[in-house]
Design a protein around this ligand. Structure first.
Ligand code: RM4
Ligand code: MN
Length: 393
């Protein structure tokens, strides 16, 4: 019965039209596991071509107008020029992702390293990323640290937290009035005994100490199996410290597969908390980003599908009958409350999304429209020679 109300529900349509999802530049480059990277044809050779591919995802979905950069993977001579290139293609540059995990100096950590010289080098990189943000007009700096230890006794757990706090304070002090820092946590890998930011509690404590411009990023792949991620989301929203999401999907560990593929119901439950907290709109301060790699599937369609998966979960979350839900909750009607959620989740939202896409001026079937566009054949023919982009390139 809910599906009959879905089409033509103007408030829901308006929210879905206003939704924005940010794309990661690194999704368009070659990627793989530590066993093998399978090169694909037509892969971008530089950040300009990555932005061009991201613009295709926006062209066919209408809701992905920003692309995140990873520094130094996306290093260019002139960031303002890259920003102009993006704008010519109808998109803009988004979050700047720092990278202090791919240098020999960081073997024992970056900002938590026992050696002050290495800590200074890592901090200088983070500050340089804010210079990039100034040039690109980006709002957010994303911080993910591979720092940690492998063996009990290897380093002083509390001293490493102190070093982290010192670096985060320095980054916070450098941020402009409209800039933010987003701190990401990950429970294990590459460090196996302790990660220095393993969970949302640690990230939250460090953000509170750093200052009001510091917020937590929830990367959906960075949790132990069975973790109730929507509870974390609800808690961070309540504390006004949810800076955003790195969306992806996992079966086992940090699989970085397409968001919503392993567990679309979990994605729905997460988006339900977002909608309940009125945090969906772009001005809510929650950044909805993808952090994925497409190792065996084509990359641009992989990103289009991912955007659609988030959109689908969001549509279902927006269809939850909140009045019926709160009435059932007030009355202690356990089964009734659960049924309200399940009714929304079980709604076929594809007709609703076709209506939304019509309003956005994009095809009702973005996957087919992209396939018919001929873009894939064009880049395969054009991008011959040069070094294909990939992790570390
Ligand atoms: C990390 C983390 C970061 C991402 C890197 C590539 O696991 O998810 O967000 O930038 O991987
Ligand atoms: Mn991430």
């Amino acid at each position: 019965m809910i599906s009959n109300q879905a089409v033509g529900n103007q408030a829901v349509v308006a929210s879905l039209r206003a939704q924005r999802i940010e794309l990661p530049s690194w999704a368009f480059g070659n990627s793989g596991t530590r066993f093998k990277v399978f090169a694909q044809k037509g892969v971008p050779r530089d950040p300009y071509e990555k932005v061009a591919d991201a613009a295709q995802v926006n062209r066919f979905t209408g809701i992905a107008p920003t692309v995140a950069l990873h520094i130094p993977w996306d290093r260019v001579d002139d960031y303002a020029d890259l920003a102009r290139h993006a704008s010519d293609l109808g998109v803009s540059l988004g979050t700047i992702n720092s990278n202090v995990f791919q240098d020999d100096d960081y073997m024992l950590g970056s900002v938590c390293n026992p050696d002050p010289r290495v800590r200074r080098k890592a901090l200088d990189h983070l500050l340089a990323c804010i210079d990039v943000m100034d040039a690109t007009g980006s709002r957010d700096l994303k911080l993910w640290f591979s720092d940690g230890t492998n063996y009990p006794g290897q380093d002083d757990i509390r001293a490493r937290q102190d070093r982290l706090a010192e670096a985060l304070a320095a980054v916070h002090a450098r941020l402009g009035p409209d800039q933010r820092m987003l701190l990401e946590y990950k429970f294990f890998e590459p460090s196996f005994y302790t990660m220095d930011v393993p969970d949302w509690g640690t990230a939250y404590i460090q953000c509170v100490t750093a200052g009001p411009k510091a917020k937590v990023v929830v990367d959906t792949g960075h949790h132990a199996p069975g973790t109730n991620i929507e509870f974390i989301v609800a808690s961070l929203l309540r504390a006004d410290r949810l800076g955003g999401f790195d969306f992806n999907s996992r079966f086992y560990a940090d699989d970085d597969l397409m968001v919503g593929s392993a567990d679309p119901f979990q994605l729905f439950r997460i988006m339900h908390e977002v909608v309940q907290a009125d945090a969906l709109s772009p001005d809510s301060g929650v950044a909805f980003m993808l952090d994925q790699c497409h190792n065996i599937e084509p990359k641009i369609p992989g990103q289009i599908r991912s955007v659609m998966n988030v959109q689908e979960a969001t549509a279902k979350a927006l269809l939850v009958d909140v009045d019926a839900l709160s009435a059932a909750q007030r009355n202690g009607d356990v089964l009734g409350a659960n049924a309200v959620l399940m009714d929304a989740y079980n709604t076929d939202v594809r007709p609703l999304l076709a209506e939304v896409r019509g309003g956005l001026g994009v095809d009702a079937d973005p996957m087919r429209a992209y396939a018919d566009s001929g873009y894939a054949a064009t880049i395969e023919a054009d991008r011959v020679g040069g070094q294909a982009a990939g992790w570390g390139a």
